[in-house]
Design a protein around this ligand. Structure first.
Ligand code: ZN
Length: 162
């Protein structure tokens, strides 16, 4: 899915990227500019601003300021796959590219290089990725969030029809 997170939702933007989504996070810009970007790039606006959400068709008003609740809301509303994917840079949203292990030498901590077999690189910002303990912790957290949230609660009808 293609999203635009408003400037209140930076952490959510990173998590949605880790779930394989294309998420732009422009920081504080004027509402009109936000609306124009959403329309031009065919994105879904995720916003903490109820009034703005009412003005942008297909947008989602994110009610909670709790990350877990935000993730549940968005994953359910769009039936997103809840598995982490090594496809997008969490920092700049550029696509990741799997690189041969030899290419990671000297670019990641030595212990990581020894333990990991697979590496990915963001060609835009140069950041390296691997599925280390942080990855495992995020996966576990995602599963916990979703299992807790699945208790007989229907998906919230939260997509603005404006
Ligand atoms: Zn990057």
């Amino acid at each position: 899915m293609r999203f635009l997170c408003d400037h209140m939702l930076g952490t959510l933007a990173k998590w949605l990227r880790f779930l394989g989504n294309d998420v732009v996070y422009p920081g504080p810009i004027e509402d009109d500019e936000l609306k124009a970007t959403v329309e031009r790039e065919a994105r879904v606006l995720l916003t903490r601003d109820r009034e703005l959400s009412g003005r942008v068709a297909g947008s989602v008003y994110v009610a909670s300021d709790d990350l877990n609740e935000q993730l549940v809301q968005v994953v359910r509303a769009f039936r997103l796959p809840a598995n982490l994917a090594m496809t997008r840079c969490s920092v700049c949203n550029a696509p990741l590219r799997e690189v041969p292990k030899a290419d990671a030498q000297g670019k990641v901590p030595e212990g990581v290089f020894e333990r990991q077999r697979e590496f990915w690189r963001c060609d835009t910002c140069g950041r390296m990725y691997w599925q280390g303990s942080h990855w495992a912790n995020m996966s576990a957290r995602m599963q916990t969030i979703l299992s807790k949230s699945s208790l007989n609660e229907p998906p919230r009808d939260s997509i603005s029809k404006a």
